[in-house]
Design a protein around this ligand. Structure first.
Ligand code: SAM
Length: 357
């Protein structure tokens, strides 16, 4: 029997995501596509059971088990209950494909009211001896049964193994509080970037953020107990400026004085400029002899046109040459027309960040 995989991406990114995957995997054939949702037919043996999909734009993925269409949710729930993997699965992840670009007209990815309601209905229909958690964080390597509401009346079923942090989250969207009182969406982006990358910011870490106004990322870093050197010609929100652990340098990243860079452990960049300019700015800082303590970076890089995603591998190589062995890219669920690049000196630096201070 032919095998299929499903891929989730940002609404509107499906065409670029298809091309990216087709380039990386000539053995996959496009089968079905809706905004934010794609399936591919897989040649026998082309992917392993617990495959890792190399793609910046793919938010989540797994093996597809086909779909069911009905205007009656009871019928759809019955189809779910008949899925062969139900008894084996450790988790059930149920989500709707994105209806818009994140941040547009108040839309943010994550559990919708419809999904919350359906999750309650499904819970009551599960066998009495089942304790299948719905839309919770899966543990590493857990088998997860997926239900994707491509339309409210068209449910796609699938499964995957939670072999990476995003595959532990329902639909690849981290389980973070979207209603937090944050200064800007950058707060959510950074929280997701930290969870995805595995970088832990500890009390006392010295962080440099280039492109820090109005201050959402600084807000999160300060909450984590870090000291922040915020670089931006624009103004920060007064409540951020008032924090004694923050210093604002009201200038461009390239104009930061060398001696200000001492003790910097983590570098964040979130500039509304072309990616090559961001990398030029970062490169100058990394090449500076004062940044001996720098362990890694999280960079937001703009994708003015999603088609330029094919330039990502070259950018990764450029960052590796700056002295970072572990470099990865991902369009985060809370990114808009941009993606995130993590760069860490090595695995040791990543592990060290997780140790308690
Ligand atoms: C998307 S906003 C950053 C949001 C911010 N990270 C937050 O947490 O709220 C982009 C910022 O980059 C700043 N920027 C643009 N070019 C810059 C440069 N060369 N150096 C420093 N900041 C720059 C802009 O002034 C703007 O405030």
């Amino acid at each position: 029997m032919a095998a299929f995989i499903f891929v989730i991406c940002q609404n509107g990114a499906e065409s670029a995501c298809k091309n990216e995957i087709a380039n990386n995997y000539p053995q996959l054939r496009l089968a079905f596509s809706r905004p934010g949702f794609i399936t591919f037919k897989v040649e026998s043996g082309a992917l392993s059971e617990k495959f890792f999909l190399k793609s910046t734009l793919a938010r989540s993925y797994g093996w597809s088990l086909g779909h069911q269409t009905s205007d009656c949710s009871k019928d759809l729930i019955q189809s779910l209950l008949k899925q062969p993997d139900l008894s084996e699965a450790k988790h059930l992840h149920l989500w709707q494909r994105d209806s818009a670009i994140p941040g547009k007209r108040g839309f943010e990815p994550g559990e919708t009211a419809l999904v919350s309601e359906l999750a309650k209905q499904i819970q009551t229909q599960l066998p009495a001896d089942s304790s299948l958690p719905i839309n919770r964080l899966a543990q590493p390597d857990d088998l997860v049964l997926d239900v994707i509401l491509v339309e409210p009346n068209q449910w796609w079923f699938g499964y995957h193994y939670a072999t990476s942090p995003p595959l532990r989250w329902p639909g690849g969207v981290p389980l973070i509080d979207r209603d937090v009182d944050c200064i800007s969406r950058a707060y959510l982006k950074l929280e997701e970037a930290l969870l995805w990358s595995g970088i832990r910011i500890k009390m006392g870490d010295v962080c440099l953020e280039i492109g820090s106004a109005p201050g959402g990322s600084c807000q999160l870093l300060l909450e984590k107990g870090a000291s922040v050197l915020a670089v931006d010609p624009a103004d920060l929100e007064p409540e951020i400026l008032a924090n004694e652990k923050l210093t604002h340098l009201k200038c461009r990243g390239r104009d930061v004085r060398k001696r200000d860079l001492k003790n910097i452990r983590w570098l964040f960049a979130d500039l509304n400029v072309a990616p090559s300019y961001t990398l030029d700015t970062v490169e100058e800082i990394v090449a500076n002899q004062h940044v001996v303590h720098l362990q890694g970076m999280l960079l937001t890089l703009k994708l003015a046109d999603l088609k330029i995603v094919h330039e990502v591998p070259a950018m990764i190589e450029r960052v590796k040459k700056m002295g970072f062995n572990l470099v990865r890219s991902r369009q985060l669920a809370f990114n808009r027309n941009e993606y995130c690049m993590m760069a860490v000196r090595d695995q040791f630096a990543l592990r060290a960040s997780r140790k308690k201070s």
